[in-house]
Design a protein around this ligand. Sequence first.
Ligand code: ZN
Length: 378
Amino acid sequence: MGQRSGRQKRSKKLEPVLSETMMTEAEVRNDKEEVKEMKTKDQRLTSVFGVADLKNGAIGLYNIGQSCCLNSVLQVFLMNTHFTGILRRITVPPYPAQQKNDVPYQMLLLLEEMQCGKQKAVSPIALACCLSVYRVKLFVQHDAAHLFLTLWNLIKRQMKKPELVEELNDLYTICVQEHLACQKCSFETKRNSSMLTLPLPLLDSNSHMLKTLEACLQYFFLPEELTDHNMCFCEQCGRKTPFLQSMKLVHLPQTLTIHLKRFSFEKSAYIHKLSHYLPFSEDLDFNAILTENQCQADDKEKAAWQYELFAVVAHSGSTSCGHYCAYIRSLTECKWYCFNDSEVCKVSWDDVKCTYGHSKLHWGETAYLLIYMKKHPQ
Ligand code: ZN
């Protein structure tokens, strides 16, 4: 076996970390008052909006104190009818104490409360408390990419029926094949692996900004030479040699989550946000993006690599002080909504495009997670 070098999978893929700011008690109290205030404001807004606009399940979630990230990620899960189709078939835990700590069950309760249609927004407090049992802190600004993975893993772990776990896997899992080839002999190793998001760097190895989503995807699948201190041990050569590392796409799921790595450690000890302009389109065809060499799939699999944008989780503000909201295209109505905590409103594609970013607007809104749906499910 070619021994992998000590570094993480790819040097160009920096890990996203957001500093977690714990709220002081005073701030929590202020937030509670704010929620109260918001509720009365929302009641007023209901009459302005008209209930008819919100009848199709586009229901807001109250901010219970720095919960905009949780709210946005939850909306992306719960507006996905493929996901709720699985969630509705879970086994309900028999005892109240178990129900209280069961993430899928609490999500289902929240979904049902949202869909009973009597309120403009509901509170995610029961689910948030349930998550805090599993170290997902309350009143803390989370990182949406990290929170998505945590939630997904908790849901998967707590779903009792094997067939539902399999369906959940099928719905979200991306399969790739990693290749390592010695550049001195013919020795090559292959390894299948899976992931839940495509974590795309926004800068190339020379720290140049990549111009489009397609360019980020192409860069992600670009082979990389492992030389100098990144060399691997080749069994055949009996020493450390330069290797070529590449990744081939094997399978894409129905719900594809793309993580734009806008939080970067590069060039400074502090995490900073990359706010530059990065356009993405409503349609995405992986056959047009990747070369034949970057794919390890048959024609039937590749024919299904046509995607349509379903949701954008957007972040505004800085790394230490920011706000999340979610733009989601209702699968039943095919219309875009903006979910900003308890505020839900219809928006246009042009509004969604405002999340492309702007290098001069560091406080501006930028897309952070892009969730695409297969156009023709297999
Ligand atoms: Zn070799």
